[in-house]
Design a protein around this ligand. Structure first.
Ligand SMILES: CC(=O)SCCNC(=O)CCNC(=O)[C@H](O)C(C)(C)COP(=O)(O)OP(=O)(O)OC[C@H]1O[C@@H](n2cnc3c(N)ncnc32)[C@H](O)[C@@H]1OP(=O)(O)O
Ligand SMILES: N[C@@H](CCO)C(=O)O
Length: 363
């Protein structure tokens, strides 16, 4: 399947939480299905940290299927025969929307001159896109992980824009442990001699080693111990005995190296810094006077929160925390913890119970 790829150029600068504004903003997005005459069937899907607009289209760099093809398409839980699906690359990223690799007014890449952005800034860009598409109120906003943060941010800051809010494996604020893992990744990038303070775009070598290490560490957090043990155990990689060296003796080492190096072929190191920073800054209660329930005061949307029992990165307690706040705000909310062995990235994998929840909630 493939969607309609487009790029929106915003006419006005985008105001940012950091106090500055971003000019000449571009938002790259894909759409699937047909917008109803009354514009009532639009679903906005928000992507996770390293995701992109290719939710159900072949990825132009990797050639792999879209990251949620199992969920989005004709007859699928997010049924493109019924719904008009919009998925945009967030600002700060590197798949066509404005980010640190984009050219600034002087014709050179922003690199670290790109302003530090927040999840709310990303959503501000998405709301500008909805305005341009003439979509006043979404049938639903849906997102997993960082996509869930965007869905919550939209519900809290633009409460009139969505009728349903589906938040999967996410949180209302980044925990100390999550900030710590992100900092590890950022330090790995910045310690790479090819990072050069972020000015590497014209250089022959990119900070691939640092970015690969960052992804390896992060990738472990997306899985579960059970999944790693099940997949690899202590099995050796292409050898009968240990090498007594530092080659990838174990399958799990080889796997992580593969995931790390593959990542550098599809993602920009500076974008990794900016997006992890935005996630770390996310604290919906802090944005609303310190009380999470106040973020949802007066909401008329229906919410659904989903967590996975094997997700130790955004554990069920994080979703419960949001559910309690929604209850306190008098919002309509349902919540389910699904059993799945894969860890945090379960939302991307084959979990039939998730399909049923998504389909049921959207109807
Ligand atoms: C949510 C968003 O918005 S989009 C962003 C999400 N996308 C990603 O994160 C993409 C990268 N992440 C992944 O692929 C994650 O591993 C998952 C969890 C999503 C996919 O999980 P699975 O389908 O179970 O794949 P798995 O983790 O086993 O990885 C399979 C790959 O590892 C390779 N692999 C498996 N074992 C080994 C090994 N011992 N040595 C080297 N490579 C190995 C496989 O060959 C396969 O390669 P391929 O992807 O090129 O075909
Ligand atoms: N593995 C996904 C989800 C991380 O939260 C990604 O890379 O975006």
């Amino acid at each position: 399947m493939s969607g309609a790829s487009q790029v929106l150029q915003l006419t006005d600068p985008l105001p940012l939480d950091g106090g500055s504004e971003l000019a000449q903003v571009e938002i790259a997005y894909e759409t699937y299905g047909t917008l109803a005459d009354d514009r009532s069937n639009a679903i906005l899907i928000c992507h996770a940290l390293t995701g992109d607009q290719y939710v159900a289209s072949t990825h132009p760099v990797t050639g792999k299927p879209g990251w949620w093809e199992r969920m989005v398409g004709p007859g699928k839980p997010i049924d493109t025969d019924r719904y008009f699906v919009v998925c945009a690359n967030v600002i700060g990223s590197c798949m066509g929307s404005s980010g640190p690799a984009s050219l600034a007014a002087d014709g050179k890449p922003y690199a670290m001159r790109f302003p530090v952005i927040t999840i709310r800034d990303m959503v501000r860009g998405l709301v500008a896109l909805l305005d341009a598409l003439g979509i006043e109120r979404l049938h639903a906003v849906v997102g997993g992980s960082m996509g869930g943060m965007q869905a919550l941010s939209l519900a809290a800051n633009w409460p009139e824009r969505a009728t349903r809010v589906l938040v999967i494996a996410s949180t209302s604020r980044h925990s100390a442990q999550n900030i710590a893992f992100h900092e590890l990744g950022r330090q790995a990038v910045m310690a790479d001699p090819n990072w050069c303070g972020g000015d590497y775009y014209a250089a022959d070598a990119q900070p691939d080693s640092g970015l690969a290490v960052a992804r390896m560490a992060a990738h472990i957090t997306y899985l579960s111990e059970e999944a790693l043990t099940e997949k690899f155990g202590r099995n050796l990689q292409d050898r009968e005995t240990k090498s007594f060296g530092f080659d990838a003796d174990f399958q799990v080492e080889s796997y992580l190296r593969y995931q790390g190096s593959g990542f550098t072929r599809r993602f920009d190191a500076n974008s990794y810094l900016y997006i992890t920073r935005a996630m770390d800054y996310f604290d919906l209660a802090e944005e609303h006077g310190g009380k999470l329930a106040d973020a949802f005061a007066g909401t008329t949307a229906r919410f659904c929160l989903v967590s996975f029992d094997s997700d130790w990165l955004y554990p069920t307690s994080e979703s419960r925390h949001v559910v309690h706040a929604l209850n306190a705000a008098g919002a309509a909310v349902s919540f389910v913890e699904l059993s799945a062995p894969h860890g945090h990235d379960s939302f991307l994998l084959d979990v039939p119970a998730l399909d049923r929840v998504v389909k049921g909630f959207l109807e």
